[in-house]
Design a protein around this ligand. Structure first.
Ligand SMILES: [Zn+2]
Length: 329
């Protein structure tokens, strides 16, 4: 079956990472920025491995220079995401890419993103919420202004704080200050861990950063004690199988541990991470899960329920999206 119109909830995307390549090329042309080296012959993003992916990602971000650029980006991303049946999405937004960590500049960028999200909700029927993100490989000091921006702009739209970027830079505890600051401001917390770092990185992230969700977390799959701890603490995994396959965090779809984690009782959700980079959409993720693991409509309905229950939005939004999901089951 085609899952294109099947309603979906996804919790783990990066706003700039969702940018259609044609959109970035258009901006580069307008601004006369030379970023030609980041595309392949077909016009898609081209990279060799995870470190190169981060470089290509940051090069694409150099075209996003003003709040207006982010307003246009948000609209383009939400139109594409809604076309794949997503009715609720959370996205990582980084003050580092939106004004270099300056709070006043961040407020301007955020206002433009929220403006576009409201317009997209009316036009395309998709609800967006934002999670402010520190960039791990920029270092613990650089994550502090990001956490301050998060704390100062917590509200209907900004509901969480998280950390993305190169997972093998530093240990989770090095970043505790930023997470403590965000927690004290009442923000929900998530962090990328266990994409590359294995069980010890997941364990330390839970212990030192006190997150309620883990981005990826697949490195926990073979550690039974850690799986027990994840379930005991009711931590939800934001699993991005297509991303893991393309970046070779796993050897292929058949060996992806999402089914094993789910069968063990872990709360898993499915997201696209940076869809055009990984040649994926939520429709394709659902199709591959059906083809690889035989998941059916009931499984995807359960996946959606887990995701909306773990969403960082306010309760009114959660109930509204939950009702929408029920009506279409
Ligand atoms: Zn991610």
């Amino acid at each position: 079956m085609s899952f294109k119109s099947f309603p979906k909830v996804e919790l783990h995307t990066h706003l700039e990472g969702c940018a259609p390549p044609a959109f970035i090329r258009g901006l580069a042309r307008e601004k006369k920025i030379d970023i030609g080296g980041i595309f392949d012959a077909d016009g898609g993003y081209a990279f060799r491995d995870f470190d190169h992916f981060l470089k290509v990602y940051e090069a694409a971000c150099t075209t996003l220079q003003t709040p207006e650029d982010f307003r246009r980006l948000t609209l383009a991303v939400l139109e594409e995401t809604a076309a794949n049946g997503v009715i609720y999405m959370e996205t990582f937004v980084s003050p580092d890419f939106c004004g270099g960590g300056d709070l006043a500049a961040w407020r301007d960028y955020l206002a433009a993103i929220v403006d576009a999200a409201d317009e997209a909700e009316t036009k395309f029927g998709i609800t967006l919420r934002g999670i402010v993100t520190g960039i791990r490989h920029f270092g613990p000091e650089a994550c502090k202004p990001a956490a301050r921006c998060a704390a100062e702009t917590k509200g209907r739209f900004i509901t969480g704080y998280g950390m993305a970027g190169g997972e093998m830079v530093g240990r989770p505890g090095d970043y505790a200050y930023s997470f403590d600051l965000a927690r004290e401001a009442g923000l929900n917390l998530t962090c990328h861990a266990g994409e590359w770092g294995g069980p010890s990185m997941v364990r330390e992230t839970i212990r030192d950063l006190g997150v309620s969700r883990i981005g990826h977390g697949i490195g926990a799959a073979d550690d039974h004690a850690l799986i027990d701890e994840i379930m005991e603490k009711d931590i939800v995994l934001e699993v991005c199988p297509g991303s893991n396959v393309v970046l070779k965090a796993v050897s292929g779809w058949p060996s992806h541990p999402i089914a094993k984690l789910r069968d063990a009782g872990v709360k898993v959700t499915v997201s696209t991470d940076d869809p055009p980079f990984f040649h994926t959409t939520m429709t394709k993720e659902f199709e591959m899960l059906q083809r690889t693991f035989g998941w059916e409509e009931d499984d995807f309905n359960a996946l959606n329920r887990t995701a909306i229950a773990a969403a960082f939005c306010d309760e009114d939004t959660r109930e509204r999206i939950g009702r929408q999901l029920e009506e279409t089951q």
